[in-house]
Ligand binder design. Structure first.
Ligand SMILES: *Cc1c(COP(=O)(O)O)cnc(C)c1O
Length: 407
């Protein structure tokens, strides 16, 4: 892992525009001409390499972005989609059919959880949700019908760390693929290098980083991506969550600064997490020694990118959480908004927002309390000042006691 350099892989891509532009040209077309009818036929049969057909299949701009993401993750290729869910759901469906079974982490993105819990059973696909930090529990959940293991590297919103190497060993032993959603830890964790088979991202978050568009990607083998795009039975092709070329071009440009942004997100998040913890707040951040997954994360990570931009604190109850978020927004310390990876800090209370798909009882069982605030820490230039201002909000709301020595 230590010798895999994902940012170098992105940097080394050299794409020129049609007229020698420093950025690749954007393909502003939904359909493509063929010089001969025979080539068109061959393309439908999947036998005309390098020919563009129709942009739901793919476009030159989408291929550039896909190649960049495949390079970052170290897979043969990738397929981009209109959103993270537009990448995750067809990939799961490509692997599974009626009668099949999935083993999934129980602490995953609310949308993915709802898809596996409420939607795929309608298609005859059942999921067992497990505590992914317990490898024996994961293995015990595998049956003859299990087709995939699904998890997130850093789980949402509890920031549990999955042992990708351990999970990959179990998957290999049972001859099934390990699918990993790496949205929370791009560059920091390279799941393929740790033995995973397929990596997915919501590009909407850190990778694009400017909260102006949605996007998703599945990175995997050529065989998998070809099957997803197959005109006859490919789930990506047929379900139609295709990315637009203009968006692909803009996300590719933002990807060029991802390594700088990840470092700053991580630097700022670690700074705040250490301060909050020292102040006596219940703080969860993988970069803290108190985090149960800290050592595991250290073993897996590409060090220079740090422990990521996500942290949570527990302020005791939903009313306090709401008051604090409103006050911090009023003081321009961030926005009360879902999503993550923006240059500005974003905060929300997952119990009543992004994880509200998870029934209250299950939330309790997995340790998701209603006073939990999830922060996506922004790129603030002066994080010490941010901390002082956040601390002042907490003192005003009596979440923290005033301490004269700090002012
Ligand atoms: C946001 C998110 C998704 C879904 O992505 P969209 O782009 O919103 O469709 C999936 N997984 C994780 C971990 C996410 O944070």
């Amino acid at each position: 892992m230590k010798d895999f350099k994902p940012a170098n892989k992105i940097q080394d891509l050299q794409y020129f525009g049609e007229f020698g532009g420093v950025n690749p040209s954007i393909s502003d077309s939904s359909t493509y001409t063929f010089l001969s009818a025979k080539t068109m036929f061959d393309t439908f049969e999947g036998n005309a390499d390098g020919c563009y057909l129709y942009s739901r299949h793919t476009t030159p701009s989408n291929l550039y972005l896909g190649e960049a993401l495949a390079a970052m993750e170290g897979t043969e290729t990738a397929n981009v989609a209109a959103s993270g869910m537009g990448a995750i759901t067809p990939t799961i469906l490509q692997f599974c059919e009626a009668g099949d079974h999935i083993v999934s982490s129980r602490t995953i993105y609310g949308g993915t959880y709802a898809f596996l819990k409420n939607f795929t059973p309608r298609l005859g696909i059942e999921t067992t949700f497990v505590d992914v930090t317990k490898l024996d529990v994961v293995e015990a959940a595998i049956t003859e019908k299990t087709k995939i293991i699904f998890c997130e590297c850093v789980s949402n919103p509890l920031l549990e760390i999955a042992d990708i190497e351990g999970l990959a060993k179990i998957a290999k032993k049972h001859g099934i693929p390990l699918l990993v959603d790496n949205t929370f830890s791009p560059l920091t964790i390279s799941p393929i290098q740790l033995g995973a088979d397929v990596v997915m991202h919501s590009l909407t978050k850190f990778i694009n980083g400017s909260s102006d568009t949605m996007g998703g990607v599945v990175c995997g083998s050529q065989e998998l991506i070809d099957s997803l795009r197959n005109v006859n039975d490919g789930a990506s092709m047929l379900l139609g969550a295709s990315m637009d070329s203009l968006r692909a071009a803009s996300i590719l440009k933002n990807m060029r600064t991802l390594h700088i942004r990840m470092k700053q997100h991580s630097y700022n998040a670690l700074f705040l997490a250490e301060k909050f913890e020292a102040d006596g707040l219940k703080t969860v951040y993988p970069g803290l020694k108190s985090h149960p997954g800290h050592e595991l994360y250290k073993r897996m990570m590409n060090e220079q990118y740090g422990f990521g931009g996500m942290l949570t604190i527990d302020v005791g109850g939903i009313d306090k959480a709401n008051e604090l978020m409103e006050l911090m927004q009023e003081r321009n310390l961030g926005y009360l908004a879902v999503s993550l990876g923006f240059y500005k800090t974003l905060f929300s209370a997952p119990g009543s927002s992004t994880s509200s798909e998870i029934p209250e009882e299950e939330q309790k069982e997995m340790g998701l309390s209603d006073g939990l605030i999830r922060f996506s820490i922004g790129l603030d230039a002066d994080i010490e000042r941010t901390y002082q201002m956040m601390r002042a909000c907490m003192e005003e709301l009596q979440i923290l006691e005033g301490d004269k020595s700090l002012v």
